[in-house]
Design a protein around this ligand. Sequence first.
Ligand SMILES: Nc1ncnc2c1ncn2[C@@H]1O[C@H](COP(=O)(O)OP(=O)(O)OP(=O)(O)O)[C@@H](O)[C@H]1O
Ligand SMILES: [Mg+2]
Length: 314
Amino acid sequence: MSAVLQARALAKRFGGGRSLPFAPPRRAIHALRGVDLDLVASETLGIVGESGCGKSTLARLLAGLDSPSEGSVRAADGGDGRGGAVQYVFQDPAASLNPRLTVGRAIEAPLRHRLGLPAGERQRRLPELMDAVGLGPDALERYPHEFSGGQAQRIAIARALAAEPRTLVLDEPVSALDVSIQAQVLKLLRGLQDERGLAYVFITHDLSVVEAIADRIAVMYFGRVVEESPARAIFAAPRHPYTRLLLDSAPVPGRRLAGSRADAGELPDPANPPPGCAFASRCPRVQADCRERQPDLDAAGGGAHRAACFHPLA
Ligand SMILES: Nc1ncnc2c1ncn2[C@@H]1O[C@H](COP(=O)(O)OP(=O)(O)OP(=O)(O)O)[C@@H](O)[C@H]1O
Ligand SMILES: [Mg+2]
């Protein structure tokens, strides 16, 4: 199957440089430190990892909302994610919709500017897009604040679909919603994927959500992917000690990952990443080599289950 989205050696640094010509240089934050991803049509890649590990930074680069410091993104249309083939859906739908535009206006914009459709064709497509996300055509005349969180997220999804993307990057798309509404939105996303062959990059803190929706999972730690595999294999037999810690710290379905800044006390300084494995200072299996060199994301026996660890769990 052909790739709809490919990322190679993506790195992103924030800041750095000088505030004034003679001021000492400020140190850059290394938010993303070399990420490779491949996504094919109809596939969902779940991305998990604690707060600050770089998930949203990665998402923004994949969707072309920000440019990488190093590396490249290649979308299905051959472009870098800005061309509309990759669309981003935010956690907070209300904040991502312009409060002064009716829903119809908001959704019409990509039809006009991305696809260049004439007015008649745009008017025909608007109710179809509403229907695709389970809303009636009357929603088009209303304003974002008139909708519940779940409905607003449906509208944000409709707007993303308007650009006819091949990939949706969904950044915590159901985290702000009640559990019963979460289930409805996840069901909608699954249906849309089946109908349209969409690929999803699905970022979440919630292991039960990622277990329900992902075909493959990438676990991130401190700006890198430390483990990647078919979803079932990660839950059944994690190989990276960090993944083990994540799973152990969220034993109850629906419970969130240990992701608060409070347990991030032992994270390395993002302005000064260590030369070796970033997890070494927290790792129960740490050895001398872990502090010297950074392990690559390798497969045991060349399989689909890869871990960036010199001493992985069996
Ligand atoms: N615009 C920015 N300027 C400076 N630093 C940033 C910026 N955006 C992100 N960072 C830093 O980059 C790192 C990764 O942030 P990012 O938002 O990608 O994490 P995340 O995994 O999405 O976290 P969360 O789960 O809390 O959403 C953090 O150290 C963050 O403080
Ligand atoms: Mg984030």
